[in-house]
Unconditional design. Structure first.
Length: 384
């Protein structure tokens, strides 16, 4: 069973056709994943021209989709003038190479799209290094799929010896770059560790804001701190670097709040590994403040993604509070039902609007209470 959906006509901008599989026991529906993939491509100024879903028992080892579906996609891409075929499924080097040869357009997969967005958003030297590391590690296994140009034998001055192929030289350059970036990021980790140690010596507890991308974490930190230099935009992955601000509680005292990179469904493992230094800020916090978009129609599924991601970075059992954000645009009745369900799962829930400031005094009071109960020593710190 398969389906083709056309989304408008041809476009002078770069256009893409999306493809996903409907598999047994799939965690997320392919329709939801393609909707999110469309938003991700929008961040790269790529217009989605159409989409296709194929029902299968398992991905095809050679093409991901079946042979007939691949031929159908080739005609579909040609009729729409698409420049890209974008797979929601992670592709092996062989699948990517075979699809490109058969369909006749550039093929991307979901992990590559996310990494391209990270590459575009990265502003600091640290973020750029982390993204480059992820992209380089992604590229290494795909070298053999680059075609005959990678199999030419080198000769002459500057080559490493007779019989060496372009593939071998390029692989060695990438492996050397991975080692260089890894060493630089290890230095970043040491510097972050020293900074955390200094903060702890001064007695400041840390609250880490975590949640799905575009859930309002940066907006919350910007509103709480009053710091307008914090970038808070209505787009995916606007924050890649950790921002830390001291927030004062209504009753006096305060804590350090840190904003981190947002989560997303099926975040590429390479990015999780590359952003290790940044994600350590989450593990070192005394309290996690989960931000969940109350206006999200799939909020409970998004909550599951957040919890799964926390488990992947060994943070699932950390103390936490949950803030239901965007009450200014969410339906009150649906928010009430969502809050009841989350509380039934054991979450302590506070409703807020980070943009308007609704519920923030109550949220800070809850944070202060949890920190104090968690460790009585903080009672002295939070009162100063």
């Amino acid at each position: 069973m398969s389906r083709l959906e056309r989304r408008g006509g041809k476009s002078p901008l770069a256009g893409a056709v999306l493809v996903a599989l409907s598999l047994p026991n799939q965690e997320h529906s392919p329709e939801l994943m393609l909707e999110e993939l469309s938003l991700l491509l929008g961040s790269l100024n790529v217009k989605v021209l159409g989409s296709s879903i194929q029902k299968r028992r398992a991905p095809d080892p050679a093409l991901m989709v079946g042979q007939g579906k691949a031929e159908e996609l080739a005609l579909f891409c040609r009729s729409l003038g698409a420049r890209y075929l974008v797979s929601n499924e992670r592709l092996s080097p062989i699948q990517k190479s075979n699809l490109e040869e058969m369909v006749g357009v550039t093929v991307w997969d979901r992990p590559f799209v996310i990494m391209k967005i990270f590459e575009r958003r990265a502003k600091t030297a640290e973020a750029r290094l982390q993204v480059e590391l992820a992209l380089t590690r992604y590229e290494l296994p795909h070298l053999k799929g680059l075609g005959l140009q990678m199999s030419r034998v080198g000769a002459g001055i500057g080559t490493r010896g007779p019989g060496e192929t372009e593939f071998e030289r390029h692989r060695r350059r990438l492996e050397r770059r991975v080692r260089e970036i890894t060493k630089k990021l290890e230095n970043v980790r040491r510097q972050r560790r020293l900074a955390r140690d200094r903060r702890k010596k001064r007695g400041f507890p840390t609250v880490s804001l975590v949640g799905y991308t575009n859930s309002g974490k940066s907006t919350l930190l910007r509103t709480l701190s009053g710091d307008t230099s914090i970038v808070a935009e209505d787009r995916l992955f606007s924050t890649l670097d950790t921002a830390v601000r001291r927030i004062t509680f209504p009753g006096g005292g305060g804590a350090l709040f840190s904003d981190t990179v947002g989560f997303i469904r099926e975040l590429p493992p390479g990015l999780l590994a590359a952003f290790r230094a940044t994600l350590e800020e989450i593990r070192e916090a005394e309290l996690l403040l989960l931000i969940l978009d109350a206006s999200d129609p799939d909020a409970l599924q998004t909550y599951d993604v957040i919890i799964e991601t926390l488990a992947e970075i060994n943070c699932r059992e950390m103390p936490r509070l949950l803030a239901l954000n965007k009450l200014d645009v969410a339906a009150s009745q649906e928010v009430a039902i969502l809050a009841l369900r989350l509380r039934a799962m054991g979450e302590t829930v506070v409703g807020i609007s980070a943009l308007r400031g609704d519920g923030l005094p109550m949220l800070l009071a809850q944070v202060q209470e949890v920190l104090t109960l968690q460790n009585p020593w903080y009672a002295r710190v939070l009162s100063t």
